[in-house]
Design a binder for this molecule. Structure first.
Ligand code: ZN
Length: 232
């Protein structure tokens, strides 16, 4: 390694400082950078940048970088999505001690701060999973159908649910079915290569609705009907 003095950016033009922030963020593969990270990889001292631009967030904005992530900006949705991923990777309800890196994006403490306790966070999560409205039968539509002859023509062709299975509904079905294929029992928890699909029991094309009771978990092989292709 060549012996040289580090180039000081103390008196450098604004654009040079911003450019160095972008370079440092890129070096760690991110679209933002914290002061602590910049202190390790940047050429200027973060406080130099802070003073120059008024604050670190202002400097980030001028550099065209994303605001640093802070706990107050994490949404409930992100916290719930993280529980969902954790649950799916474990194939069961995550325990308090499992809510940590690298499997979890957020610490158990983050959940405690937001919801009061991990147990309360789990209860909120379950409510969130079940609050998915797309599979709830629309009673109003059915009642309207009974009420007026004139609407039957229109309503008879409309469906109660959408064809698409939402992420939350898919998760619900996977949990209900124990992350196992309902036809052959295959599970990615035992065989990592197994891919599980959630699909309609009575096909959508034949009038099957996207409700929990008309959905089931099948492995890719069984779902594509290739499970016993040899016997066809
Ligand atoms: Zn199967």
């Amino acid at each position: 390694m060549k012996f040289e003095l580090e180039e000081s950016l103390r008196g450098a033009p604004d654009e040079k400082l911003l450019e160095d922030m972008r370079r440092s963020a890129k070096a760690i593969g991110r679209v933002t950078i914290t002061m602590a990270e910049y202190e390790r990889s940047g050429k200027a001292h973060p406080s130099t940048i802070q003073r120059r631009f008024g604050s670190w967030p202002k400097a980030l904005k001028l550099a065209g970088l994303q605001p640093s992530r802070s706990k107050i900006w994490i949404t409930d949705e992100e916290l719930f999505e993280n529980i969902k991923s954790l649950w799916m990777s474990l194939g069961r309800q995550p325990r308090y001690t499992e809510v940590r890196a690298p499997n979890s994006r957020f610490s158990a403490g983050t959940y405690e701060n937001r919801f009061g306790s991990w147990a309360k966070a789990l209860r909120e999560f379950v409510a969130w999973v079940n609050s998915d409205a797309s599979d709830q039968p629309q009673q109003d539509a059915e009642q309207a159908l009974d009420a007026a002859d004139a609407t039957i023509q229109i309503c008879s062709t409309t469906r109660r649910t959408r064809r698409e299975i939402s992420d939350r509904q898919r998760f619900r079905i996977l949990v209900r079915d124990g992350f196992r294929c309902k036809a052959c029992g295959a599970s990615p928890l035992k065989e990592p290569g197994i891919e599980l699909h959630v699909d309609h029991v009575l096909p959508w094309s034949k009038g099957g609705e996207t409700t929990d009771d008309n959905l089931e978990t099948k492995c890719k092989q069984c779902n594509l009907g290739k499970g016993n292709a040899f016997h066809v």
